[in-house]
Design a protein around this ligand. Structure first.
Ligand code: GLU
Ligand code: MG
Length: 442
């Protein structure tokens, strides 16, 4: 055992922890948990805990069902909402100790390893949007937001305000720093921005964030939803993510004097993200509903372009802090709040790095509101649309050598199969829209 593992065992004893939850994420981004008694932990650190992987999305094929959950001692945290309970994130291995090919955390680690070979570390800072709805939920009436406020509104005695305070306190107790929070554009819609961290810690933090937000919402007699577009007439929930590469202590995106102080590495990285954004879309926007957000207005980006002060662009180069090299970053606005953060960060990093490695040219900046242009104008400017639907996104991903390489064969195959299935189930629905429009007319 190493020192961190010994520290965990000591903390468990000192703090009288009775349950340790081992957390891991399936390939669609759902958090899973097995609880172990503290007495079993020492052995779990050495050998891992065996589980039947065949019941978990994407982990194994039925004939290789045995999996080993290996706790990562660096992620030990006591859960503030549960008495005497702690958690650790886990890596998933095969019984022979090799990493599971479909473990999202492993897929991200491997991609970060490839970046490290080229001297880069990858940092991310997400702005996570979500809705708070009243409990209990009545499926007939639809979701009812907890307030009727809008963008940056200060809701005097509003549930949203108390909620954000409670959620931020709980996140801080779990070692997750919050940079900024405010009411978002939709009724009951909130945004909480997490402080910069390396991409693996951040992906873990996002999974914790979703859990904390749901727990706190329950305490406030509400429920939180990260669904990309829960209300047709209001903005969806994006997870705009600011990203940067560091070389040692130096921000590789920063170059004083360059346009927008964005270095050649930063420009090529951005060009890579743009060039591959259609094929990574089924990962960054993975649900049928994700495309209702993308194509539903409300400042979600539907077209592949960049700009410095253009909120309709897919990538924005913010100019908050001129001359502050450390904080130079680009903001990717396509991601939604229901993505698998491990896979999403992996495909973004791989797309950007490909741009850096192969010296992609950044196309000219889009200065107009690209939504307001005509189709012909956008075509003349070389601005492509993102996929219109999950079906189109999956078809594009199926042709993507980049995504196949990042996910690896087994995860790629599983993912494509799963998403085709989701698409075909959706496609076979007869919707209210169709009944209203056609039943009496045709
Ligand atoms: N909610 C919008 C989206 O879906 C973004 C609003 C904003 O600019 O923060 O991306
Ligand atoms: Mg926002």
């Amino acid at each position: 055992m190493n020192r961190q593992q010994e520290y965990v065992l000591r903390s468990i004893e000192e703090r009288d922890i009775r349950f340790v939850r081992l957390w891991f994420t399936d390939i669609l981004g759902t958090l899973k948990s097995v609880a172990v008694a503290p007495a079993e932990l020492e052995q779990a650190f050495v050998e891992g805990i065996g589980i039947d992987g065949s019941v978990i999305e994407g982990f194994t094929r039925v004939y290789e069902a045995d999996m080993v959950v290996q706790p990562d001692a660096d992620t030990f945290q006591v859960l503030p909402w549960r008495e005497r309970t702690a958690r650790m994130y886990c890596d998933l291995n095969m019984p022979d100790g090799s990493p599971s090919a479909t473990d999202s955390r492993h897929i991200l680690r491997r991609t970060l390893g490839a970046a490290a070979q080229e001297g880069f570390t990858f940092y991310t800072h997400p702005e996570i949007e979500f809705y708070l709805f009243k409990e209990p939920y009545d499926a007939g009436a639809g979701p009812v937001p907890v307030d009727q406020a809008g963008y940056f509104d200060h809701v005097a005695r509003g549930d949203g305000h108390d909620f954000r305070k409670a959620a931020i306190e709980m996140l801080e107790q779990m070692g997750i720093s919050v940079e900024f929070s405010h009411h978002e554009g939709g009724p009951g819609q909130q945004e909480i921005d997490l402080r910069y961290a390396d991409a693996l810690s951040m992906a873990d933090n996002i999974m914790t964030f979703r859990t904390v937000v749901r727990e706190v919402a329950m305490q406030e007699k509400a429920f939180a939803s990260f669904m990309p577009k829960p209300l047709a007439l209001h903005p969806g929930s994006g997870m705009h993510t600011h990203v940067s590469l560091f070389e040692g202590d130096t921000n590789a995106f920063y170059e004083p004097g360059a346009p927008y102080e964005l270095s050649q590495t930063g420009r090529r990285f951005t060009a890579g993200v743009l060039a591959h954004s259609r094929e990574i879309s089924a990962v960054t926007n993975q649900w049928v509903n994700s495309y209702k957000r993308i194509w539903g207005g409300g400042e979600a980006p539907a077209y592949v372009c960049w700009g410095h002060n253009n909120r309709s662009a897919l990538v924005r180069v913010p100019m908050y802090s001129i001359g502050k090299g450390h904080s130079k970053r680009v903001e990717i606005r396509s991601l939604d709040s229901a993505c698998n953060p491990y896979l999403t960060f992996a495909v973004i990093l791989a797309a950007g790095l490909r741009g850096v490695r192969e010296g992609y040219d950044l196309p000219p900046e889009a200065e107009d509101d690209v939504w307001a242009l005509t189709e012909a104008e956008r075509r003349a400017m070389g601005i492509d649309p993102l996929p219109q639907s999950l079906g189109e996104a999956v078809a594009v991903m199926e042709e993507s050598e980049l995504v196949a390489e990042v996910l690896g064969e087994q995860a790629y195959d599983f993912y494509l199969r799963n998403k085709w299935q989701e698409w075909s189930e959706y496609r076979s629905q007869v919707t209210q829209f169709e009944l209203d429009r056609y039943l009496l007319q045709l």
